[in-house]
Structure formats: C-alpha cells, structure tokens
Design a protein around this ligand. Structure first.
Ligand code: SF4
Length: 292
C-alpha cells in the first residue's frame, strides 16, 4: 500500500472511529467528539525544543517536541492532565502542523517528538508526509501510552522512525482502576511486539543520537512493584533482553491520584531500587534510570 493510501485508510478509520483500541465508533469526520475528546480538528498545547528526554532523544540540540491535546486513556495520576484530560490547547490545521515540524527542524533539533499522538494518527501521518515533501528529514518519534491498535501501527510504519511507548501495566485490574481501560495488557503487548517487528532494537549513531527503533518507558508506581516486575518479565521474555528501557522514578501525586491511598504519596527509594535490581537480575542492561 502506498503512503497516500495508508493516510486515506487512517482517515477512513475515523468515520466511525476505531483509531484507538477503545473503538468508540464516534463519527469524528462529521465533527463529533470521541471518548478521547478529539473530533476532526487537531489541538496542540505547545511545541518546543525539549532538553529533558532520554539522552539519545535529547542529544545536545534537543528534541522537537509537540504536545497534543486530549488522550485515549484517563490516567488518574496524569502529570499532564490539563492537556490530556482538561483539553488545554489550540486548534492547528494539518498544514500548520507540518510547518511546525519544519520550523523545529530549522532550530536544529534531533527529531520530531509527537507526545500523546494516537488519536490524531491520521492527521499526523498527513502532516509528516507533507513536511517530508518539503524537506523534513529528521527521525519522527511516536511518544505514546502504548495503548495502540496493531492495525493503526501498520499504517504508521512509513511515518514513524522511533517508537517511544509506555508499558504502564501488566495487570488489567490496575489498568482499569487507574486508566479506565480493561484490556491494556493484551493490547499493549501486541502493540509493543508490532513496534519491535517494524523498527527493531533502538539504533544509536556515532554521535549518540537515536535514529530508529523502540525505546520503552515504564514509570514505577508506588505500591505496585509486582506490576513493574511483570512488565519487565514480559520485555525480557517476549521481546528481548537487548530492549532499551527507560525506568522512570518521576512519579508524584497529580490529578486524581489522591483518591487512591497507594498513589497518594511519592515513590519510595526502596521501591525504585527493587525495580532497578530486578531489571538487572533479568539482564536488561540497555537503557536509562532516573535519580529518585
Ligand atoms: S481515538 Fe478517540 S474517538 Fe477514536 S476510538 Fe479512540 S477514543 Fe474513540
């Protein structure tokens, strides 16, 4: 299938929307709003040169980050909740989005980093295609929750160079309780396998900059160490011990996390250490850890 045909197919999937695994069948192309609160217009909250991503994404010149408004998940601890849940942002056309990407490239960034892009997959594929026709030639990073449909990822194969997905849960009860979806584990695992099939292990060039591949993020949640260990087991046993992992310690209570006792405090040093020791026990040596 040509890139143009894939973009067309992605747009048609929003007729009765099935862009994400929620498949809420809302007629987005007629302007209706889905469970993710997205309709047929693109909303972004900001774009900038970001210096805080993992080393091969940030490099010396930064990552050209574009934050998309709304989200397919409803995480009670979301640190970006004004954007993801409260809809902060402004409308941009596909043409403007394309221009933003080219403008970021002009600033010298190492990549275009699309944050929470899933629900805008069709518009993003079109914007990237148009930008590439006008000279965009840096890697495209799909920085997502990992709650993705394999069918959509297949249509994004020509658009994306680096997948930067989360593995949030290995327990559907926790996924439902904290993010409002009952099938995160199966969906996420199938998506991660598809990402690895497409792009393989993260490739880092001689200048220490990521060029293509998959980098998986896992944020350790307080009171949920078993969830973390099962997530790491999956990566080691069903993907590869070569997989690059960003083990994140940056949890802090936000949004509705105070409704859950275990999420009301910060992550403890011991919990993060236990997660890190387990990572090493599984011989998962590629990636980055954070100071707690
Ligand atoms: S992307 Fe949004 S509108 Fe489409 S299926 Fe998912 S939640 Fe529904």
């Amino acid at each position: 299938m040509s890139v143009e045909a894939k973009i067309k197919k992605l747009y048609s999937m929003a007729d009765n929307c099935e862009i994400c695994p929620r498949k809420c069948r809302v007629k987005r192309n007629d302007g209706n709003i889905g469970l993710c609160r997205a309709g047929n217009k693109i909303f972004i909250s900001s774009y900038n040169v970001h210096m805080g991503e993992e080393p091969p994404i940030t490099g010396e010149k930064g990552s050209g980050t574009i934050f998309f408004t709304n989200c397919t998940l409803k995480c009670v601890f979301c640190q970006n909740y004004p954007i993801s849940q409260l809809g902060n942002g402004r409308e941009v056309s596909v043409e403007e989005l394309s221009g933003i990407m080219l403008g970021l490239q002009k600033k010298g960034v190492h990549n275009i980093n699309l944050v929470t892009p899933t629900h805008y997959s069709a518009q993003i594929a079109k914007a990237v295609y148009e930008a590439k026709n006008k000279g965009l030639n840096i890697p495209i990073v799909f920085n997502c929750s990992g709650y993705e449909r394999v069918e959509v990822l297949e249509l994004l194969e020509d658009t994306v160079d680096i997948y930067l997905p989360d593995i949030k849960y290995s327990d559907n009860a926790a996924a439902y309780k904290y993010s409002g979806v009952k099938d995160y584990v199966e969906v996420n695992r199938a998506a991660l396998k598809e990402m690895v099939r497409q792009k393989g292990i993260l490739k880092i060039n001689e200048n220490s900059i990521a060029e293509s591949g998959v980098l998986i993020r896992h944020m350790v949640l307080p009171g949920n160490i078993r969830n973390t260990k099962k997530s790491l087991d999956f990566i080691a046993n069903e993907l590869s011990t070569e997989t690059f992992i960003s083990l994140m310690a940056q949890y802090h209570p936000a949004y509705k996390s105070s409704d859950f006792e275990e999420l009301s405090g910060s992550l403890k040093t011991d919990e993060y250490k236990e997660a890190f020791d387990y990572l090493r026990e599984l011989n998962l040596e590629n990636g980055w850890q954070q100071e707690i």
